[in-house]
Design a protein around this ligand. Structure first.
Ligand code: MN
Length: 244
């Protein structure tokens, strides 16, 4: 099996090497990752300037390339360079990607880009507690997830979130009840107003959701689909006359 590994935290993220280490148990592993952090860029692609990629030396001797672009660019260029690969892995993101985070996550976007190009893809993100992650507790679970999702008849796009102390694995749905971003205003030394998105703690996630799984120390596996069409509404509306 040939595996392309990418991320949105950049080529020197410790989570990237940790994921590549697990991936290499399953096959030939090649890394294409952004040359600087691209968190929260979503599925942006670069069209107004040229892209380049360059070989870099990484820990553990992985074949790795840095790209002057977004996570989605990295996957596109990686597939251009390599031809077909069997699996694309993105992460391990430094922080979870739960609920509404999926909309702006660069980690998930790299996996989506893989699926657009026809390759099964898995996004991995890990809850952080303020300390440098070691990934030792998570690595066996990552291996179990890769084994499961490459065993045939599995969803082609899965968003995986890893808790600090995993005790099991479960399938979940995306939590859409809440949004945890709020705008915080501050003032800089020159008296100018600045604005930050800040996370606010959420309570009572719905049972069976990605957020609920993390609260229960379970590795969350959310199958995602590429179609954004609201089929329920479309079925209700199809055939209705639209008056101008
Ligand atoms: Mn990130």
């Amino acid at each position: 099996m040939r595996i392309l590994v990418s991320n949105d935290d950049g080529i020197f993220s410790p989570g990237l090497v940790a994921l590549a280490e697990v991936a290499s148990e399953f096959g030939e592993t090649i890394i294409f990752a952004p040359d600087f952090e691209q968190s929260a860029v979503g599925h942006a692609i670069t069209i107004k300037r040229p892209l380049q990629y360059h070989r870099v030396k990484l820990m553990k001797g992985f074949e790795a390339y840095r790209v002057n672009g977004t996570p989605a660019d990295c996957v596109a260029l990686g597939l251009f360079h390599l031809g077909n690969v069997d699996l694309i892995l993105s992460g391990i993101n430094l922080g979870s990607n739960l609920g509404s985070d999926i909309w702006h996550s660069g980690t998930v976007a790299a996996a989506k880009q893989g699926v657009i190009f026809g390759t099964p893809s898995i996004a991995f993100s890990q809850v952080l507690n303020g300390e440098e992650p070691t990934y030792e507790k998570q690595k066996p679970y990552i291996a179990r997830v890769i084994k499961l999702l490459t065993s045939g008849n599995q969803p082609p796009l899965v968003n995986v979130n890893l808790p600090e102390n995993p005790k099991g694995i479960c399938w979940t749905h995306q939590s859409v009840r809440h949004y945890n971003g709020k705008v915080v205003e501050s003032e800089d030394p020159n008296g100018r107003r600045n604005y930050w998105f800040a996370a606010t703690p959420l309570t009572n996630p719905d049972e069976g959701s990605d957020r609920w799984a993390i609260d229960h120390d379970l590795v969350s596996l959310t199958p995602l689909r590429m179609s954004l069409t609201d089929d329920e509404w479309l079925n209700r509306l199809t055939g209705q006359i639209i008056e101008s």
